[in-house]
Design a protein around this ligand. Structure first.
Ligand code: SF4
Length: 300
């Protein structure tokens, strides 16, 4: 059996930056993180051992003044900064610069059109409702933006009013284009001349560019173990792309889960002693975790 780890998998730039900020700030004293620093329970546990305390919004409202709170790569709505300021909390802002730029664009669009009273505009975010990044994006519009996850939900929009479409950074490019095409066709169906539809492909290429490489890796292996956190939407998207390329792809979150797949791997090995097992992961999957899965496989 040959086991290999995908060299293109692992933390994206934004997550690496946030984790480096946490490790460096932890050396200066106690540090809180608002929400899991990354959607990977194993990495959260590693940083908690170093002293990082994960808190929620209720905790934020009761922290003593001068506490230091790190904002993760997903970003936050303006209300979080306001609460911190009111309570005298020091913010260490590790929002990914790509997300920050997207927040700024959505806020600028909202500010530009909020007073278009004759035809009130609709700002649409293609994203997962309730996802931390999406909450931060909605906050830029005073929570007026509508979140759409798929073309099935387009009945929620009013096609007699302008639409400005943006995307959560980790959504799929194909899904975004399907949405654009369907919105355009729905506008045409109204027969209203000069309809206004602006769309902005704000999907992060750090994720989108991985798909092809990940699928090539999946095809080059007989069995693929995709390592990701169950709370990570990026992990779900990339896992589905992997599974599409190689149906023998399995989602696991920890090395312990290798045990559940042993019989499948043994069956494959009995017909092909040179079975190739590939290990890959999401932008929120640490390299050390993929290495631990590899070690567990080699030991089994
Ligand atoms: S996926 Fe892209 S936008 Fe999101 S944190 Fe990573 S680098 Fe930033």
């Amino acid at each position: 059996m040959v086991v290999s780890i995908d060299t293109n998998s692992g933390f994206c730039f934004g997550v690496t930056r946030a984790i480096q900020a946490a490790e460096s700030e932890l050396q200066k004293g106690s540090l809180y993180c608002l929400g899991d620093i990354v959607h990977n329970g194993q990495e959260v546990a590693r940083l908690e051992l170093k002293g990082l305390a994960t808190i929620d919004y209720d905790d934020l409202r009761t922290l003593p003044s001068h506490s230091r709170v790190l904002l993760r790569a997903h970003g936050e709505p303006p209300s979080t900064y306001w609460i911190a300021q009111q309570r005298g909390i020091e913010i260490i802002d590790a929002t990914c610069p790509v997300v920050k730029k997207l927040q700024d664009r959505i806020r600028a669009c909202y500010e530009q059109h909020r007073n278009d009273e004759a035809v009130p505009p609709q700002i649409i975010i293609y994203g997962k409702p309730g996802h931390a990044e999406v909450i931060g994006l909605q906050g830029q519009t005073n929570n007026t933006a509508i979140v759409i996850e798929s073309v099935d939900q387009l009945d929620r929009l009013d096609f007699t009013r302008p639409i400005y479409l943006f995307s959560q950074t980790t959504k799929s490019v194909e899904g975004f284009h399907a949405l654009v095409e369907t919105i355009e066709s729905r506008f045409r169906d109204t027969g209203i001349p000069g309809y206004r539809f602006e769309y902005h492909d704000t999907i992060c290429r750090s994720v989108a560019n991985r798909v092809k490489e990940l699928q090539a890796f999946a095809r080059a292996n007989d069995i693929v173990l995709f390592v990701g956190g169950t709370k990570s939407s990026n992990a779900k998207v990339l896992f589905n792309h992997c599974k599409e390329a190689n149906p023998n792809t399995f989602f696991i979150s920890s090395p312990d889960e290798v045990e559940n797949l042993k019989s499948k791997i043994i069956n494959h090995k009995s017909t092909n002693p040179d079975t190739k097992v590939g290990i890959c992961g999401a932008t929120s999957t640490p390299l050390w975790l993929m290495e631990a899965v590899s070690e567990r496989l080699s030991a089994s």
